[in-house]
Structure formats: structure tokens, C-alpha cells
Design a protein around this ligand. Structure first.
Ligand SMILES: NC(=O)c1ccc[n+]([C@@H]2O[C@H](COP(=O)([O-])OP(=O)(O)OC[C@H]3O[C@@H](n4cnc5c(N)ncnc54)[C@H](O)[C@@H]3O)[C@@H](O)[C@H]2O)c1
Length: 355
């Protein structure tokens, strides 16, 4: 993997990066509050070290907006609400704006009913799942978020693209004990894009196959090929589970009917699922937090395997990255920064100074 050096990375603190991302979106025609939310959520991914879902996405979001494939000011509407279950239609609005509204509904319903489940159809890209599960966790609920995505992954034993990288995330309220946010492929596709944009020569084995279905470590061949389902048929099973909970249940686009941020001339029609669970309907919050801390600490106390110094729980790498990046700034690959600079120039947006 590419090492950070000042030759291949620039470093920028998160506040000016957020302002820059907001300005790019606004200059693209996105209303201010929506632009601010999208920018904040993207930079939050950068802060957490999840650069695949950070500001580099603006390159493709702006292409979609320019092509008129996203209804940038649309808020969507509730299709139905029945007990703890709500169906939302995103009307092709910005995925983050639609998801924010849907999470608010999930939280509201969970406050009343103990559980709130919202499925959304006809939405667009919502970035990293963690932002949404964390929003529900921040309100005091276990938050689960999923979405279906562009069909780029073959079902296990196949070589035709049918499934998305369909991510799953679970966040819990309280201190940092566990935050799982993962694609159902070995890694998110945007990590392969990031490798290409950053000029990396290889990607780790197991990330992808070439177009003929042979394993590859060449980022270009991987992009032209197929991301690997996570853990073989189990990853395919999880991706289909996401497809069912998001798309089948919402009445949304399924499998190859889903568009994508890199397709223009087609609406994305992504589906999402947001589930908020009120812990206090099961046990007092203090007890939950104490049990989560015990769970985390016990797992981390396991002796490390050969080649490792410690056991981590899901969330650890991102919490550590965030601590460093809030303090030292966010490294952005020069290739990505140059693309953002070109985009800014085309929109008459000033590029912030960098270190
Ligand atoms: N919107 C979309 O369409 C879409 C699609 C796919 C993925 N994504 C996003 O892509 C991002 C990256 O996904 P990914 O699968 O490449 O992430 P990843 O493989 O980097 O991490 C997945 C999870 O594993 C945990 N983890 C990492 N190292 C660990 C270790 N040593 N021990 C224990 N846990 C560890 C992380 O904390 C994280 O929760 C996510 O934010 C996801 O939501 C979005």
C-alpha cells in the first residue's frame, strides 16, 4: 500500500476541507443545508480514515449532478407508516438528505415503539453507512444501516455483475465499544478507485478478480473486473440479505436495475434500511454500557496471533485515525486533490491553501 509522504499526499485540516466540499456542492446547485450535510458526512469519513467514502466522492457526485441524474433539492416523502415500520420514497434526492430524514423517522418511531424500521427506495448514494448508524446511536439507540449499490459484484461462483458492494453497519450508544461498518465485498469498491487515483501499483490479494474471474492485485485490472464477495458464498449471502431488507422490502430497484454514481444518464434508485432499537426497552442503559465494555475489553484481552500486537474490535482503526486526523489534519492523495482542484476551477470555487 502507498505510504503517506508529502510527495504523494497533501494535508488539510477538516474545517477548511468541509468548507471546500460544501462550496463545491453549492456551486453545483445543491441547496446550502443539503450541501453542508453531504460535505460534513464525507469529511467525517475522511476523519475516520475511510477515505474511499470521503471527499473523493465529490468527483462522481458532481458528474451525476451535472448530468441531471440527481434531484438535488428533493426531500422525498413518506409512502406509508404502519406501527414501527415506515416506507419512504427518496424521489431521487441526495442520498444523505434522504437518509437524514429517514434516520429521524426511525428514531422518532423507536422512541414510541421500542423499534423503528425505515426502508427507503429511489434514493441515491448515502456515503459511508457509519454516519447513519452513528446518528441513531448518538440519539441513544442501537443503529443499523444498510444499502444496496451498483451491481458490480458477481454472485459467488459467477462472473456476471449482479450485486452491489451492499454495506452493513451497526453502531451502539455509549462509549466507543463497537462500530462495525463494512462492505459485503472484501473491501468497498471505492478503495480500489482510491488506489488508482493515488497511483498505487498493487492492491492486496483477495480484493478483486479481473474481468475473466482470475484473482488480481493490479488496481486497473481490478477496476475492470469484479470485487470479491466477502468470504466467498457467505459474502454473497449477506449482500442478498441487504438487497432483501433494503430493496425488496421498500419496493425499490433490485440488482442490475440500480444505477450508480459513475453512471450518467440513469437515476441511481438506491434503497436503504435504517433500524433504530431502544436499548432501554430491554435493560437500563447503564447495564447495557457496562456489558458492552466488558464484551469489548474481554475480546481485546485475547492474546495476539503471530504477527499481531493486539486484538482490535470493529471501530478501533477508525477511532484511532480520527484522533490523529482531528489533530494533524487529513491526508488527501495528490491525484485526488488535483481532480478536486479541476472540479473547483470548473465551478469557480477557490481551492483552500494546503500544507
Ligand atoms: N454507500 C455505498 O454504496 C457503500 C458501498 C460499500 C461500502 N460502503 C462503505 O465503505 C466503507 C469501507 O468499507 P470496507 O468494508 O472496505 O471497510 P474495512 O474493511 O476497512 O472495515 C470494515 C470493518 O472492519 C473493522 N476492522 C478493520 N480492521 C479490523 C481489525 N484488525 N480487527 C477488527 N475489526 C477491524 C473496521 O472497524 C470496520 O468496522 C464503509 O464505510 C462502508 O459503509 C458504502
Amino acid at each position: 500500500m502507498l505510504q503517506y509522504t508529502l510527495d504523494n499526499f497533501i494535508v488539510i485540516p477538516h474545517p477548511p476541507l468541509t468548507t471546500f466540499a460544501t462550496a463545491i456542492l453549492e456551486a453545483s446547485g445543491v441547496p446550502q443545508p443539503i450541501a453542508a450535510l453531504v460535505a460534513e458526512s464525507l469529511v467525517s469519513a475522511n476523519l475516520r480514515g475511510v477515505d474511499s467514502h470521503g471527499v473523493q466522492l465529490l468527483i462522481w457526485y458532481s458528474g451525476q449532478i451535472r448530468a441531471g441524474n440527481v434531484a438535488v433539492a428533493e426531500a422525498g416523502k413518506v409512502v406509508s407508516e404502519n406501527g414501527a415500520c415506515l416506507v419512504y420514497d427518496g424521489h431521487n434526492g441526495m442520498g444523505q438528505w434522504i437518509s437524514n430524514i429517514c434516520c429521524d423517522h426511525a428514531i422518532r418511531i423507536a422512541r414510541d415503539s421500542g423499534i423503528g424500521m425505515v426502508v427507503a427506495r429511489n434514493s441515491t448514494h448515502f456515503g459511508a453507512c457509519a454516519w447513519w448508524a452513528q446518528k441513531m446511536a448518538g440519539a441513544g439507540f442501537i443503529g443499523i444501516a444498510m444499502c444496496n449499490a451498483t451491481a458490480l459484484v458477481a454472485p459467488w461462483q459467477g462472473r456476471e455483475k449482479m450485486l452491489g458492494t451492499n454495506p452493513i453497519c451497526l453502531a451502539v450508544p455509549g462509549p466507543q465499544t463497537f462500530l462495525l461498518d463494512m462492505a459485503t465485498t472484501t473491501v468497498a469498491l471505492n478503495k480500489i478507485y482510491k488506489a488508482v487515483l493515488s497511483g498505487e501499483k498493487t492492491i492486496p490479494a483477495g480484493w478483486a478478480m479481473d474481468e475473466h474471474g482470475n484473482p488480481t492485485t493490479d488496481p486497473q485490472a481490478a477496476l475492470a473486473g469484479l470485487p470479491m464477495p466477502l468470504g466467498g458464498y457467505k459474502g454473497t449471502g449477506l449482500a442478498v440479505m441487504v438487497e432483501i431488507l433494503c430493496a425488496v422490502l421498500s419496493g425499490g430497484a433490485m440488482l442490475t436495475d440500480v444505477g450508480g454514481i459513475r453512471f450518467t444518464g440513469k437515476e441511481m434508485r438506491a434503497s436503504h434500511m435504517f433500524l433504530a432499537i431502544d436499548v432501554t426497552r430491554f435493560m437500563p442503559m447503564d447495564e447495557f454500557v457496562a456489558r458492552m465494555e466488558w464484551l469489548r475489553d474481554t475480546l481485546k484481552s485475547a492474546g495476539p496471533a503471530a504477527g499481531f500486537e493486539e486484538v482490535l474490535v470493529a471501530g478501533d482503526p477508525e477511532w484511532r485515525a480520527e484522533q490523529i486526523r482531528r489533530r494533524d489534519g487529513i491526508p488527501v492523495a495528490r491525484g485526488i486533490w488535483e481532480e478536486l482542484g479541476k472540479l473547483a476551477q470548473s465551478l469557480n470555487v477557490t481551492v483552500p491553501p494546503i500544507q
